[in-house]
Design a protein around this ligand. Structure first.
Ligand code: CO8
Length: 250
């Protein structure tokens, strides 16, 4: 089998669990981690896949340190690569379940949104903080959030960058269930899927989970565009230096 560096793959009889397992406790995502998840989805045996986080969180998003050196063209490549992997989750022929504990922020939240089912712990916090860094969501988050909960609350969350609680996320329809033991609960659902007809599951998923490509393309362009601004440097440096950013509008 493949040796993964950023995830731990647990094979069960009728489903599998891909654990995000980064060195840093909040499980920051990088492209390599996403590619390893993509690799799991490419394995020959197709079955329900649970994505969960080891350590203290599902994932607090992209590794912000990596954004420091990024130019517009790198940002474009990065977002395009991320979109490709998120789309491979939504076009995977079996359900993918996100078992969320702790934080699901930025790219971590976008990864959870690319999944078909979301279960979170009562203390989970979700959000799209990109705006506070002077950037925008770049892994399909604007489009998937809008599709999931409508324009009003999607704009509210993406434009303020505020985090919401599990309870609020359930109320908005972002998560399907709150459970104390999210992985166990996800495994129960995965076991149920193992007893249901795979062709029906695949067709239901493809009928429900289609999003027009146009918005995704615009989001990739927008992600590149913000990397041409001075404000994105201000926001990213301020986060890393634990200071409050002073945005200049350029
Ligand atoms: N990247 C890198 N380091 C991080 C990240 C991150 N996303 N989040 C937290 N850390 C680090 C902190 O810098 C800190 O490091 P150190 O201990 O060395 O000082 C450590 O983790 C713990 O963080 P805090 O001290 O801030 O812990 P708190 O408990 O006070 O706060 C929070 C936890 C609320 C999660 C806070 O750390 C936070 O707001 N983090 C940033 C979250 C964020 O903005 N995420 C979005 C990133 S942008 C993004 O994901 C864009 C997606 C587009 C493409 C994705 C591509 C893969």
């Amino acid at each position: 089998g493949v040796n993964y560096k950023n995830i731990k793959l647990e094979e069960k009889t009728n489903y599998r669990i891909a654990w995000i397992n980064r060195e840093s406790p909040l499980n920051p995502l990088n492209m390599e981690t996403l590619e390893e998840i993509d690799n799991v989805l490419g394995l020959e045996k197709k079955e329900t896949t649970i994505i969960a986080g080891m350590n203290k969180a599902f994932s607090a998003g992209a590794d912000i340190k990596n954004f420091l050196q990024m130019k517009e063209s790198d940002a474009f490549q990065f977002a395009a690569g991320g979109h490709r992997i998120m789309n491979s989750i939504s076009s995977y022929p079996f359900p993918v379940i996100a078992a969320i504990h702790g934080y699901a922020l930025g790219g971590g939240f976008e990864l959870a949104m690319a999944c078909d089912i979301r279960i979170c712990t009562p203390d989970a916090q979700l959000g799209l903080p990109e705006v506070t860094l002077g950037i925008v969501p770049g892994f399909g988050g604007t489009q998937r959030l809008k599709e999931l909960i409508g324009e009003g609350n999607a704009f509210y969350l993406a434009s303020t960058g505020m985090r919401i609680t599990a309870e609020r996320a359930l109320q908005m329809g972002i998560v399907n269930e709150i459970a104390d033991k999210v992985v166990e609960r996800s495994e129960e659902i995965a076991s149920r899927y193992a007893e249901l007809p795979p062709v029906s599951l695949r067709l239901i998923k493809s009928l429900i989970r289609k999003i027009p490509d146009e918005g995704f393309q615009d989001e990739i362009d927008a992600f590149a565009e913000v990397f041409g601004t001075e404000d994105h440097e201000t926001g990213i440096k301020a986060f890393l230096e634990k200071k409050k950013p002073q945005f200049k509008g350029r």
